[in-house]
Design a protein around this ligand. Structure first.
Ligand code: SF4
Ligand code: SF4
Length: 346
């Protein structure tokens, strides 16, 4: 049987005005009823909602009005929603909880507006994790068994597109998990930037950073937690971004598989304000195509496949050298879901 993907056409979705929110609310009614996502939950539950708050300086991200609507919906049924995010691997304001929280507030994800608090699943600096199958997943996700994934669907420089699978696989991994996806090596210290303050060596939970002769070095005791990247005041600790697009997509699928396998999840892709790059880019971009709408499914592979099918001509034009379908193939091979789907327009 094909997986069902629900589709709400919304040609001006970038603007969450009263009419769009009303239509989104009707869509939620249909999706929750048809999927029985909430009716299978016996009592009041803590439900994690995966979101991306958007990088500082960027306007293209999923607007909080949509997130609020989902939180209201869950609240009516007596459930407690939480917004879930994790630290970035690259250096910037979203690399640690304190400043990441400020960006979220600035972009409208306040408790008053979205009616849900924020949990950064991998701790203050992205260093907090638990392992599943040897992969580093955000520690606080451990207790969350029910997930709603609200992904802004857009292009991506390294993977071609970013949708539901990437939102889970990359977005809920701890910083060390992101390192594994992006690099085949441990971090290194850029001597030209190091001022020998010693903060990294003092911080490292594995005592993997040593002063040797004239410089600080990261030794093989390093487990790649990436906490030191955030601690260094001079951005002297670097990673090598040296995985290929194929490896990156395969690893994202692997992480998504491990995160989703013991959880009850429902996924949404917002095909609105579709930009060439992901929401980690610190600047606002022009969309590459008109808004399409919102898609939802219990099956994130079918959901990403349907979303990709609606956008692939443009994505192939922008990234002619990438094969964005690897994540779909891997996702299907791993049993996360299937690529065959039926579209059900609401
Ligand atoms: S040296 Fe390795 S183990 Fe130590 S903090 Fe840095 S990434 Fe983590
Ligand atoms: S924290 Fe940064 S500047 Fe300080 S010793 Fe470590 S690498 Fe050098």
């Amino acid at each position: 049987m094909k997986s069902r993907v629900y589709f709400l056409p919304l040609t001006n979705g970038k603007n969450p005005d009263a009419e769009n929110i009303k239509r989104f609310n009707s869509f939620l009614n249909v999706v929750f009823k048809e999927t029985k996502f909430l009716s299978s939950l016996s009592s009041r539950k803590r439900i994690g909602i995966k979101v991306h708050f958007g990088e500082e300086g960027r306007e293209n991200y999923l607007k909080p009005e949509y997130v609020r609507e989902v939180c209201l919906f869950l609240g009516q049924d007596g459930h407690q929603p939480f917004l879930l995010e994790s630290a970035t691997l690259y250096q910037g304001v979203r690399q640690e909880e304190k400043t990441h929280f400020l960006v979220a507030q600035k972009h409208g994800f306040t408790l008053k507006k979205v009616l849900a608090p924020i949990i950064f699943v991998d701790g203050k600096k992205g260093e907090s994790y638990y392992e599943v199958g040897g992969k580093k997943i955000g520690q606080k996700l451990r207790l969350i068994k029910f997930l709603i994934n609200l992904a802004h669907f857009k292009g991506h420089l390294a993977t071609g597109f970013g949708g539901a699978l990437k939102s889970i696989g990359m977005g809920l991994a701890a910083k060390g998990g992101k390192l594994e996806m992006h690099s085949v090596s441990i971090p290194y210290i850029d001597e030209s930037k190091c001022t020998f303050c010693g903060s990294c060596a003092e911080y490292c939970p594995r005592e993997a950073i040593r002063f040797h002769q004239t410089r600080y070095l990261i030794t093989n005791n390093c487990v790649g937690c990436c906490g030191c990247l955030t601690v260094c005041p001079n951005s002297a600790i670097k990673i090598k971004w040296n995985t290929t697009s194929e490896e990156l997509q395969s690893k994202i699928a692997e992480f998504a598989h491990l995160i989703l396998k013991d959880r009850h999840t429902l996924h949404f892709n917002f095909l609105i304000d579709i930009t060439p790059n992901c929401d980690c880019l610190p600047k606002t971009e022009e969309p590459i195509m008109p808004d399409i709408g919102i898609l939802a499914s219990l099956d994130p592979v079918a959901l990403d496949q349907a979303s990709y099918d609606m956008t692939k001509d443009k994505i192939k034009e922008i990234y002619p050298n990438l094969n964005p379908e690897i994540i779909l193939q891997k996702g299907e091979e791993m049993g996360i879901g299937q690529r065959e789907y039926e579209l059900y327009e609401v």
